[in-house]
Write a protein that binds this ligand. Structure first.
Ligand code: NDP
Length: 450
């Protein structure tokens, strides 16, 4: 690796020494794009492209006070990372989870700028959220928290400025409360200020399904390039939230047998194939635990999560889809998957595989569909939601799904072409990073030093 790249890596590490997830994400991108940087070193150095790409444009941090059902005042911390507006308004989800901190949101925002560039749509990158834990909270508490969060956030966002959406802990219910409060404060109906809205007030059909469906479209293309297909394959999925549920739905529609799903407490294994209606009832309606699956399916097994090992990766599979959270598939899990004959891993979650795990999988001939590319269907469909809001018009479900399919197919092609161009055959991780970085670097240089 050349001096320039090393120097920037060193500087970033020094500046962000307390942010391991952010450094992990930066390290992965910078090391995999080294052939591109080598080919453009003088130009990138002159314009400080790497230095600027590793520093967010703006970070907003704020207090979120709210009153719980017992009448107590609770204070959480809110964040919005406005990472890059190079190719459009900041765009990226909000995460509500007790683990949320600056490092996690900066890594997510950093990943988002590349992902959004890969979609080919005019969206910049951002991310936000809070350390608020929605689990076990009443609807009333969720609403009060969302209203307080938006009372500060509203001044930093707008349909041409920054457009948040959902992520872990933020689904249709939370987006509704956030939108209601924004509209009330602004006294204007700016539909495109948030995406992931319900259909009845400006949401897009197929947005809910988009990340999971998109992941399977990418997987179809990747397997197709290796003369195989999804039909007849066994699939295991971590998580049972938005991404996991709709990845499962599309995998089943494509003829795969999904045998496992999970939540943060453990995994279910159903050798007859997961009954997705049952999972949806538990997760989307009752907001319960995945263990409850056994109440309807006595033959299924439940494996409780005890140590650091993720129980879902101990199950034999052809295709593994990590769709829960970052670093949920580490080296030991990768070793187990390889031992059990996995052929492909598709990252539905953001950075779910550790760097060591990814390297091990690739070295052992496993195809890896990287998150930035493979889970970009959600944000792409959010951009389609924004365009429908601007046009004051609705596309049908089939129209949106067709656009999504086309976008995911093109993303796969971009990853493949970029990896081929630099002689990195089948390395779609590097391909995604190179294709996205090149586009952002060109935009950065074109716009001067800002
Ligand atoms: P949800 O909140 O709908 O679901 C998250 C799922 O992951 C739940 O099953 C949850 O279990 C599990 N999970 C969360 N944290 C952990 C943890 N620390 N350890 C183990 N399991 C955990 O979120 P989404 O499905 O929306 O998001 C999942 C992933 O996909 C995230 O990485 C997100 O950034 C990424 N993503 C989401 C997009 C979207 O459109 N929603 C778009 C692109 C990426 P439990 O209920 O027990 O917490």
């Amino acid at each position: 690796m050349k001096e320039y790249l090393n120097n920037v890596l060193e500087l970033t590490t020094k500046r962000n020494s307390t942010e391991p997830e952010f450094l992990q994400a930066v390290h992965e991108v910078l090391t995999t794009i080294s052939p591109l940087v080598d080919a453009n070193e003088e130009r990138y150095k002159k314009w400080a492209v790497l230095e600027r790409m590793t520093e967010p444009e703006r970070i907003v941090m704020f207090r979120v006070p709210w009153i719980n059902d017992k009448g107590e005042v609770v204070v959480n911390r809110g964040y919005r990372i406005q990472y890059s507006s190079l190719i459009g308004p900041y765009k990226g989800g909000l995460r509500f989870h007790p683990s949320v901190n600056l490092s996690i949101l900066k890594f997510l925002a950093f990943e988002q700028i590349f992902k959004n560039a890969l979609t080919g749509l005019p969206i910049g990158g951002g991310k936000g959220g809070s350390d608020f834990d929605p689990k076990g909270k009443s609807d009333d508490e969720i609403m009060k928290f969302c209203q307080s969060f938006m009372t500060e956030l509203y001044r930093h966002i707008g349909q041409d400025v920054d457009v948040p959406a959902g992520d872990i802990g933020v689904g249709g219910r939370e987006i509704g409360y956030l939108f209601g409060q924004y509209k009330r404060i602004r006294n204007a109906y700016e539909g495109g200020v948030l995406t992931g809205k319900d259909i009845v007030y400006g949401g897009s059909l197929a947005r809910k399904e988009a990340t999971g469906y998109g992941l399977m479209f990418f997987m179809r293309e990747m397997l197709g390039a290796h003369n195989t297909c999804i039909m007849g394959k066994t699939v295991t999925i971590s998580g049972s939230g938005n991404v996991a549920t709709y990845a499962c739905e599309k995998a089943q529609a494509m003829g795969a047998k999904v045998v496992a799903m999970s939540d943060s407490n453990g995994a279910i294994y159903d050798e007859n194939g997961i009954d997705l209606d049952c999972v949806k009832e538990i997760k989307e309606v009752k907001r319960g635990r995945i263990k409850e699956y056994l109440e309807c399916h006595k033959d299924a097994k439940y494996i409780e999560k005890t140590g650091s090992e993720n129980p879902v990766w101990t199950i034999k599979t052809d295709i593994a889809l990590p769709c829960a959270t970052q670093n949920e598939l580490i080296l030991e899990d990768a070793q187990t998957l390889v031992k059990n004959g996995v052929i492909a891993v598709g990252e539905g979650a953001n950075m779910p595989c550790s760097e060591e795990a990814t390297k091990y999988l690739q070295e052992n001939g496993v195809l890896v569909a990287p998150a930035k590319a493979a889970n970009a269907g959600g944000v792409a469909t959010s951009a389609i939601e924004m365009s429908q809001n601007s046009m004051r018009y609705y596309h049908t479900f089939d129209e949106v799904e067709q656009k999504l399919d086309c976008i995911m197919t093109n993303i796969f092609k971009s990853c493949q072409e970029a990896s081929d161009e630099f002689g990195l055959k089948d390395d779609y991780v590097a391909g995604a990073n190179i294709a996205a970085f090149k586009k952002l670097a060109d935009a950065m240089i074109a716009q001067g030093v800002v």
